[in-house]
Design a protein around this ligand. Structure first.
Ligand code: PEP
Length: 252
């Protein structure tokens, strides 16, 4: 069975103490996770060490929202994968639409970042997603294909075991507008066909694909019950303990 995952992307929110409290409340209020269920917390860099200390057990893990593509050196303000690993982060999000649009991260940079995450032995949570304009002009399949082809398809089949994909339509992120379960399922199914063509049948059937975009306690169950949706990457609702616990409870 594929892993079913609830991942919380906190973006630039909470202080370290607030973050630690949030994690403690969520872990205390969550049901015992089954072997195939995992929960990831993605706090800001400054909280990682403290939060990694309380996770790493009972299938709760801590990861970073970004990393440098470089190993070390004169890159002021950057954080390398080895630094993340050293403080207990096990996962890194790459390709979030905010990194693509606000920080101008190109396919090439994201390819290098994906490689850096894999080379460090960390789990890569690779995000892809189309804008509203791209969907309305029926470019969405092409866009997702391009994002995966350019920045992920170079990964070896074996390393794909350490990759989780998050499909996040940009028009649904932070907007309260969720893709319908049918729209999300359709794209997740398409992503599996891409994985089959870039890798093989095994990779296509074993890679967890999360949906992201205004997931909340009310819509999680229906989204997660779709055949190719293996959980969610959650922004706003991951900062509210009751909401995120309900999302965890909705994992199949
Ligand atoms: C996200 O930031 O990845 C996200 C999906 O945000 P939200 O759940 O708030 O739409």
């Amino acid at each position: 069975m594929r892993k079913k995952i609830a991942a919380g992307n906190w973006k630039m929110n909470t202080t370290p103490n607030e973050g630690k409290e949030l994690v403690k409340n969520i872990m205390a209020g969550s049901p015992e996770l089954k072997v195939h269920q995992e929960v990831y917390f993605f706090p800001p860099f400054t909280h990682l060490a403290a939060i990694a200390e309380v996770t790493g057990k009972q299938n709760f893990y801590t990861g970073a929202q970004n990393c440098s593509q470089h190993e070390k050196g004169a890159y002021t303000g950057e954080i390398s994968t080895n630094m993340l690993k050293a403080i207990g982060a096990g996962h890194v999000i790459i390709g979030h639409s905010e990194r693509r649009s606000i920080f101008g991260e190109s396919h090439e940079i994201l390819k290098e970042k994906s490689s850096a995450v894999i080379a460090a032995g960390l789990t890569l949570v690779f995000c892809c997603g189309e804008t509203l304009e791209e969907r309305e002009s029926e470019q969405h399949y092409k866009i997702i294909d391009r994002q995966i082809k350019e920045s992920l398809s170079h990964v070896t089949k074996d390393d794909m075991k350490k990759v989780v994909i998050a499909y996040e339509p940009v028009w649904a992120i932070g907007t309260g507008k969720t893709a319908s379960p049918e729209q999300a399922q359709d794209m997740h199914g398409y992503i599996r066909t891409l994985l089959k063509s870039y890798f093989d049948e095994t990779v296509a059937s074993q890679t967890s694909i999360l949906y992201g975009g205004s997931v909340n306690a009310a819509n999680a169950k229906e989204l997660f019950s779709q055949a190719d949706i293996d959980g969610g990457l959650v922004g706003g609702a991951s900062l509210k303990p009751e909401e995120f616990i309900a999302i965890i409870q909705a994992l199949p």
